[in-house]
Write a protein that binds this ligand. Structure first.
Ligand code: PAF
Length: 288
């Protein structure tokens, strides 16, 4: 595996791979790799002959009150895990390599309306920062396929829209959310949880599973089910940003005849913001 922080070096390596007719895969990450990332890497490995992992904690997607400076940076252990997994190239640029002229006057990609609502309402500018850096990475690497996690459901939808609307030839693939035994979705931010909160954190997944089950059983009105889910999370100590049921993929407010749905949640436990989601199908018309 080669490791580089230079766009020029990476492009030269990629050219060699392309000359050998290799299909290029990309897994963009912010590092602090866990089993969830490694499962995305195995998808890239299956779908390409030469796969690049990028590790870049992108300042453009963090708000002023967010955890950019404290975001876990574990390059040495990440490098080891990637090399053991058979990654072809690790691209770990500095902020200066990605934004040599600074970020203030940098062009940015304004994502479509799918970035509004949900996390878009609570993290101003976040998806613009994500869309911009992903567009830059797609241009730098020009991958045949790129793999993203379903845990960041709205991010995945934003990136699919970006690839379609800006005519990137990259195929955007997704990998399922990996979970701890108690159901908590694996995330780099789980490491911030105070030990006392770690057990409570698993309630987030239990809550969205219960909501999906109750809606599938046509228990009662979707709004009431969601409100009672929110109350039980708040009762357990979560501070809920949102808990919502939407149409899967489009993220639109569901209508009576929607069959493929997703329940999405973002909530704080102490200072740690956790997100999760669950896709599910219904047979009977929804009570909305
Ligand atoms: O999901 C992430 O880790 C980041 O948002 C991404 C896609 C690597 C862009 O910085």
């Amino acid at each position: 595996m080669i490791t580089t922080d230079s766009i020029q070096t990476l492009r030269a390596e990629l050219q060699k791979a392309r000359d050998q007719k290799k299909r290029i895969g990309l897994v963009p990450t912010m590092g602090n790799l866990h089993a969830g990332h490694l499962s995305l890497l195995s998808i890239a490995q299956r779908e390409s002959d030469y796969w690049v992992t990028s590790i870049f904690v992108n300042p453009m997607q963090f708000g002023p009150q967010e955890d950019f400076l404290n975001y876990p940076r574990t390059l040495e252990s990440d490098q080891k895990a990637l090399s053991e997994a058979g990654c072809s190239a690790l691209f770990a640029p500095t902020v200066n390599e990605m934004y040599p002229e600074g970020m203030i006057n940098h062009c940015s990609v304004v994502p479509a309306d799918i970035a509004c609502g949900l996390c878009g309402d609570y993290r101003q500018g976040h998806f613009e920062g994500v869309a911009t850096v992903v567009a830059k990475l797609f241009n730098i690497v020009q991958p045949d396929v790129a793999v993203f996690g379903q845990k960041d459901y709205q991010q995945l939808a934003v990136i699919r829209t970006l690839a379609r609307d800006l005519n990137f030839t990259t195929r955007v693939l997704s990998g399922p959310t990996l979970r701890a035994q108690d159901g908590l979705a694996l995330s780099s931010r789980n490491g911030y949880l105070a030990p006392a909160d770690r057990e409570t954190a698993a309630q987030l997944y239990r809550c969205i599973c219960q909501i999906a089950d109750r809606i599938k059983q046509d228990d009662c009105d979707v709004h009431k089910i969601v409100e009672s889910g929110k109350e039980s999370l708040e009762h357990s100590g979560f501070c809920v940003d949102y808990l919502e049921v939407r149409s899967a993929n489009s993220l639109a407010t569901p209508s009576r005849h929607d069959k493929s749905l997703v329940v999405l949640v973002a909530a704080y436990l102490g200072a740690t913001r956790l997100i999760d989601n669950l896709e599910f199908d219904v047979i009977a018309p929804l009570s909305v």
